[in-house]
Design a protein around this ligand. Structure first.
Ligand code: FES
Length: 105
C-alpha cells in the first residue's frame, strides 16, 4: 500500500458521479453512489476493457466491451465473461478533497 494522495474535489465527484483518473501511473475510476465514495481499477479483468466507460447500476459497473459486471465495493466479478475481481483502492475524504490509497495488488 502507498500513502493517500489527493486526487479530486468532493464537489466535482458528487457533480459528475464518476471520474476517471491516473493515480501513481495507474488508471482508476472514482465513483460516488448513495453518499459513498469508491475507487477501482479502470481495467476489466476479462480483456482489459475500460470499466470507467461502462454503465453503473447501483453498485454494479458493467464493462462496455462484453458486459461483465463488477461490484464497485469489493471489485468482485459478478457476471461472465469476467471471472477475476478487479482491484479496489481505499478512499478517504479530507474536507473537500478526495484522497486515494493505491492498492498495488
Ligand atoms: S473486456 Fe470487459 S467483459 Fe470483456
Amino acid at each position: 500500500m502507498t500513502d493517500y494522495v489527493q486526487v479530486a474535489k468532493v464537489s466535482d465527484l458528487i457533480a459528475s458521479g464518476k471520474l476517471i483518473l491516473e493515480v501513481e501511473d495507474r488508471m482508476v475510476v472514482l465513483l460516488y453512489v448513495n453518499d459513498q465514495f469508491f475507487c477501482i481499477d479502470d481495467v476489466c479483468t476479462h480483456d482489459g476493457g475500460p470499466l470507467g466507460e461502462g454503465k453503473l447500476c447501483g453498485h454494479e459497473l458493467a464493462c462496455p466491451r462484453h458486459g461483465a459486471k463488477f461490484d464497485i465495493r469489493t471489485g468482485a466479478a459478478l457476471t461472465m465473461p469476467a471471472t477475476e475481481a478487479t482491484v479496489v483502492h481505499e478512499v478517504r475524504i479530507e474536507g473537500d478533497n478526495v484522497c486515494v490509497r493505491i492498492n498495488e495488488d
